[in-house]
Design a protein around this ligand. Structure first.
Ligand code: NAD
Ligand code: TYD
Length: 349
């Protein structure tokens, strides 16, 4: 069946991989990427598919109900995959209101537009992309299950938890057909270099310090971004309405060990003497309220939908480093800010 899918946040890190996968795999679908292009939105991420016949871009803020209505009507939107968000924990600590605006109010605004436009709600799907951070912080043992009570600790995770609750409230109250997935930390090409892995790759390249918060003992469960996009595809097509799916890599790493691994791999790739990059490691003041450990139990999505991560971490990290080294222009445009001119230059507005 043909669908006209609105993907929000499609110019961001995960969104661009989801947009590319859907545009390439489903030529019969119309894919509308709606993104207001904050600092995290980069249309250069979509160069490969920007001229595809089934791809459309709309520079719109999810807080703007009038513009959302126009887009829904213009493209006869049948389904939504909602990724647009403020996504960086450190920024949420310095500016929590920005996270409430986009992640909470923006999501409710979008839900409201769907409710107003879609005549029979059961024929449409609102798919919310969320994070494992809503479950809080783990100690040394245990995993996040879909049934784990929410216990968000940072302004970012509190805003994502709130938006998840609103999505469920729209199902319960108005009968909206929704699904939510909560994923662990993603890494891979196109990630903005404020997040740990691309930041380290960028800084090693430029011989700059690698800031490690606290002792570097905090643990994250890492997943290659293309594996996340494949999981989103499966859930979109085969997930059960009203359900939640946890997505994770069964791949826990202490921050310091990841940074050491990246240092070793980069020394090799850059032809530097072994141990050179590790000298850049600099322990800095810990993040306020820093969650200790995240770990996802991803058995449900494996058993029900047959999804499993396809890439081993060391291979994924190598692939990621290679991508950043081969896309120096992308990184330079991001760090210089010139990526923000792409819209005016290519869309002429
Ligand atoms: P990102 O910060 O790279 O991209 C977010 C995108 O949303 C950007 O293109 C930005 O321009 C857009 N956006 C922000 N505010 C907007 C607004 N008000 N209106 C329209 N567009 C807006 O984020 P990401 O890392 O790609 O994350 C995407 C989604 O996945 C988020 O909802 C995030 O919470 C979730 N998530 C991320 C991770 C991760 O490791 N990065 C893990 C699990 C879940
Ligand atoms: P990050 O990539 O910001 O993702 P999240 O906070 O959503 O998990 O951070 C990953 C881990 O790395 C987290 O424990 C914080 C830590 N970190 C550092 O030690 N130094 C840094 O410069 C950054 C950005 C993160």
């Amino acid at each position: 069946m043909s669908k006209n899918i609105l993907i929000t946040g499609g110019a961001g890190f995960i969104g661009c991989h989801v947009v590319k996968l859907f545009v390439n795999r489903y030529p019969a679908y119309k894919i509308v990427n709606l993104d207001c292009l904050t600092y995290a939105g980069n249309l250069e991420n979509l160069k490969d598919i920007e001229h595809a016949e089934n791809y459309f871009f709309e520079k719109v803020n999810i807080l703007n109900a009038e513009e959302l209505m126009r887009v829904f009507e213009q493209y006869q939107i049948t389904d939504v995959i909602h990724l647009a968000a403020e996504s960086h924990v450190d920024r949420s600590i310095s500016d929590p209101l920005a996270f409430v605006q986009t992640n909470v109010i923006g999501t409710v605004n979008l839900l409201n537009v769907c409710k107003q436009i879609w005549q029979s709600l059961e024929q449409h799907l609102f798919y919310h992309i969320s994070t494992d951070e809503v479950y809080g912080s783990l100690g040394e043992s245990g995993y996040f299950l879909e049934t784990t009570p929410y216990d968000p600790q940072s302004p970012y995770s509190a805003s994502k938890a709130s938006s998840d609750h609103f999505v469920r409230a729209y199902t319960n109250t108005y009968g909206m057909n929704t699904v939510i997935s909560n994923c662990s930390n993603n890494y891979g090409p196109n990630q903005f270099p404020e997040k740990l892995i691309p930041l380290c790759i960028h800084n090693i390249r430029n011989n700059k310090p690698l800031p490690i918060y606290g002792k570097g003992e905090n643990i994250r469960d890492w997943l290659f971004v293309e594996d996340h996009a494949k999981a989103i595809d499966l859930i979109f097509h085969r997930g059960k309405s009203g359900e939640t799916y946890n997505i994770g890599g069964f791949n826990e790493w202490k921050n310091i060990d990841i940074v050491r691994l990246i240092c070793d791999k980069m020394d090799e790739k850059l032809g530097r003497a072994a141990g050179t990059s590790k000298q850049l490691i600099t322990f800095v003041k810990d993040r306020a309220g820093h969650d200790m450990r995240y770990a996802i139990d991803a058995h449900k999505i494996k058993q029900e939908l047959g999804w499993e991560p396809s890439l081993q971490f060391e291979e994924g990290i190598s692939k990621t480093i290679d991508w950043y080294m081969e896309h120096e222009a992308w990184l330079n445009n991001v760090t210089s800010g010139s990526y923000q001119k792409y819209y005016e230059e290519h869309y002429g507005k």
